[in-house]
Design a protein around this ligand. Structure first.
Ligand code: DHB
Ligand code: FE
Length: 282
């Protein structure tokens, strides 16, 4: 059986790609953000996942507002990036793990999740940048991926409760995958931020820290909130924290609990309160 070894989460702001490209990691603006990663690099070097299931939200590169799936699972052999217009370099394709994709798709549909299956899927900054952050030494991270897109772009969004259930079902499917691979789950997005409207620039440190804490001690905490309450508390784009909830719910399938490897919280990068987290299953 496959082994679900732990979870990763990070913010996914496009400007991070520019900073990596320019080698600006040690500049005063960027250092407090990039300093969150070395302890996680060390852990990844030790636990060496083979496959990463990535919960992320596409921002218009693969799915546009005319056709917006609530949940979509990748089943491609490779996932290409493309120019999104942020002025950051396009990254090389990431290899997919089709065997796990199809196992997840079969298990999720059997459990009544009406997902969209994507045998071709472009991946945007939300899926590509985290691999540059967690595996900075590699041109392409030494893993295969299964991307799972959760709509946080156009209302109606899936509820936090539903996202939690999806995450748990994904974790259970990973656990039942007939493979000797080591699997990690990853979430990208958040934490609090709002890019437009009257509250542009909105950040809520108190809520973010409570949410980060809940990842360790009380994983279902955020499921008490409706999507509109999450937007009120975390901002219109801060609702991306639903990915973190899916990642954490997946880990509950692994058994007894989690140990925090490392976390970091820093305000701001661009318009966003940034969070980074690694959890190991125990
Ligand atoms: C920013 C944050 C995001 O989550 C995103 O997808 C794009 C931009 C930002 O803060 O600039
Ligand atoms: Fe985003």
């Amino acid at each position: 059986m496959a082994q679900l070894i732990g979870g990763l989460a990070t913010s996914h702001i496009p400007a991070i790609g520019g900073a990596i490209h320019r080698g600006a990691q040690n500049e005063p603006y960027w250092k407090p953000f990039f300093d969150g990663f070395p302890p996680i690099h060390q852990w990844l070097g030790k636990v060496k996942p083979d496959v990463v299931v990535v919960f992320y939200n596409d921002h218009g590169l693969n799915f546009f507002l005319d056709k917006m799936p609530t949940f979509a699972v990748g089943a491609a052999a490779t996932y290409s990036n493309a120019d999104e217009g942020w002025g950051i370099p396009t990254l090389p394709p990431i290899p997919g793990c089709q065997d796990l994709s199809w196992h997840l798709i079969n298990e999720l549909i059997a459990k009544e999740f009406d997902i969209v299956t994507c045998q071709e899927m472009l991946v945007d900054h939300a899926c590509t940048l985290p691999f540059k952050l967690f595996w900075p030494e590699h041109e392409v991270a030494p893993v295969q991926i299964v991307p799972i897109n959760i709509n946080t772009v156009q209302f109606p969004l899936p509820t936090a409760k539903r996202v939690y259930k999806l995450g748990k079902a994904v974790g259970e499917a990973i656990q039942s995958w007939q493979s000797d691979k080591r699997v990690a789950v990853m979430a990208t997005g958040g934490l609090s931020h709002q890019l437009d409207g009257e509250r542009a620039g909105f950040i809520n440190k108190q809520f973010d820290l409570q949410f980060l804490d809940s990842m360790e001690t009380n994983p279902e905490w955020a499921t008490q909130f409706s999507d509109l309450e999450l937007v009120e508390k975390a901002g219109t784009q801060g609702v991306e924290l639903l990915m973190w909830l899916a990642m954490r719910a997946a880990l509950t399938a692994a058994g007894s609990g989690v140990r925090k490897v490392h976390s970091n919280y820093h305000i701001p990068i661009s318009n966003t309160a940034t969070g980074v987290l690694a959890l190991e299953t125990v």
